[in-house]
Design a protein. Structure first.
Lengths: 186, 265
């Protein structure tokens, strides 16, 4: 029985093939994920992977890993990255470049913006079906919350709450302009 | 776990060791370093939400199972990837909508609103959000890790919810400490249950990002982005809702939807 199951199981998959992209914006780049649905053997490892390749000034909308830690390794280019912890403190605000590694714990919010022509990275996640939640965008936490909760939570007008909720139509990648780094938190 | 953590030669009934006061209620936290809780690998929390109190959205680093001990209210969750299946365009009474029309009277704002309308049919809804449920005493609520959750007390007595946080659960990828992440509001007292951390006020997750980045991500102005950081706000994480809480909600159990009654005539 092992021949038909373990020995014949597929154990490799290529993440560098844009035609398999899960997120794709021609002007901005693509993101592909590899989880246990794509490669069943990952279920045993309880691990998954993500490959990103974005152009200059493309921003990966602020998000957090809901059920996994993420180990980010840069393969090409540079990006400005900010990470916020459970205390609301910015624990990383800097440039990551080729060959560098950054660990982003579960729940920590992260935003990435490419500052070189091409920024390419791979992320290893400690869950076979890693899930993210985003702070902005059409499928974000903001879109899922009632306007009442947003306007009362942040003490903003219903009109402002509407903008916060609906203005960003992208789901994962958007274009950013202006300076990429903003100095240390107040 | 550390070795011998379950070497317990005596058990005792324990009370909450930390109380976080907020504008419309309090959050009572049992010390998860107490030997019996440490051995069981859990933390325990009690939320007491006053009438018209809103516990602001937050998520945790581990799975949580809650029990509504007293009172009734509404509960909302945002599960990654789920659609906003609660949609309605007539949640508010005509008076409120008049308010919108007033906005339209102010030319600039009116234009903006029409422009928003122009951004696609979806925005003609009054609001749409993920599922909201009525909760009442006896309800047991499962919350996976990383799923944001909020509560609102629409009853007349305090809504009391007790929760066990399973720190030893495999969904917890961090250490054996309960780590709430606040999406709104803040906790001026800090995470007092954590040992070894210099107690600083705990802010919401937007607070750590530069307002400019938030503004770009949400496509809003920087002033509103700063507002999302709740920095001038000392209400805590349970706040009073002024006026009506017009969230789209299903009819209560046993309550027949209005349309059916109309048919009944």
């Amino acid at each position: 029985g092992l021949e038909e199951t373990i020995c014949s199981a597929r154990s490799t998959d290529n993440l560098d093939d844009p035609s398999n992209a899960d997120v794709y914006k021609p002007q901005l780049g693509y993101i592909s994920t590899l989880n246990s649905y794509d490669l069943p053997i990952l279920r045993f490892l309880r691990l998954s992977a993500l490959r990103g390749s974005i152009r200059q000034n493309a921003m990966v909308l602020p998000q957090w890993n809901a059920n996994a830690n993420a180990i980010l390794y840069v393969t090409d280019g540079e990006a400005q990255v900010q990470v916020v912890n459970d205390n609301g403190e910015r624990v990383f605000d800097g440039q990551v470049s080729q060959g560098q590694l950054l660990a982003i714990p579960q729940g920590f919010a992260v935003v990435k913006r490419a500052t070189s022509d091409q920024f390419r990275w791979v992320e290893f996640k400690t869950n076979a079906n890693a899930q993210i939640n985003t702070l902005a965008g059409r499928t974000s936490i903001m879109a899922g919350l009632p306007l009442e909760v947003i306007s009362n939570g942040y003490q903003i007008s219903p009109q402002e709450a509407r903008k916060v909720k609906f203005n960003t139509l992208e789901t994962t990648l958007t274009h950013a302009s202006g300076p990429a780094s903003y100095g240390r938190p107040r | 776990q550390f070795p011998n953590e379950c070497q317990l030669d005596q058990l005792n009934a324990i009370e909450p060791s930390h109380v976080l006061k907020a504008e419309a209620g309090r959050i009572e936290v049992w010390d998860h370093h107490a030997p019996q809780l440490r051995c069981s690998g859990v933390s325990f929390v009690r939320y007491v939400i006053e009438s018209k109190g809103l516990y602001l959205p937050s998520f945790l680093n581990t799975a949580k199972l809650s029990f509504v001990a007293k009172g009734r209210g509404l509960m909302g969750r945002v599960i990654p990837g789920c659609a906003e299946t609660f949609q309605d365009s007539s949640v508010f009474q005509p008076g409120q909508q008049g308010q919108g029309q007033q906005g339209r009277g102010q030319q600039g704002q009116g234009q903006e609103q029409e422009q928003e309308q122009g951004q696609g049919q979806r925005q003609s809804f009054r609001d749409m959000h993920q599922k909201v449920e009525h909760i009442r005493s006896g309800d047991t609520i499962a919350t996976p890790t990383g799923v944001a959750q909020w509560f609102y007390n629409d009853g007349n007595q305090p809504l009391v919810i007790v929760s066990v946080l399973d720190l030893a659960n495999h969904q917890n990828q961090l250490d054996r400490n309960p780590r709430p992440f606040y999406l709104a509001g803040n906790n001026p007292q800090g995470q007092v249950w954590l040992q070894g951390r210099q107690q600083q006020p705990q802010n919401n997750i937007f607070n750590g990002f530069p307002p400019e980045v938030i503004a770009q991500a949400l496509k809003i102005n920087v002033q509103t982005a700063q507002q999302l950081q709740n920095q001038q706000d000392n209400r805590g994480n349970i706040v009073f809702v002024k006026g009506e809480f017009g969230v789209i909600r299903p009819p209560l159990r046993g309550q027949r939807p209005q349309e059916e009654e109309a048919v009944g005539n």
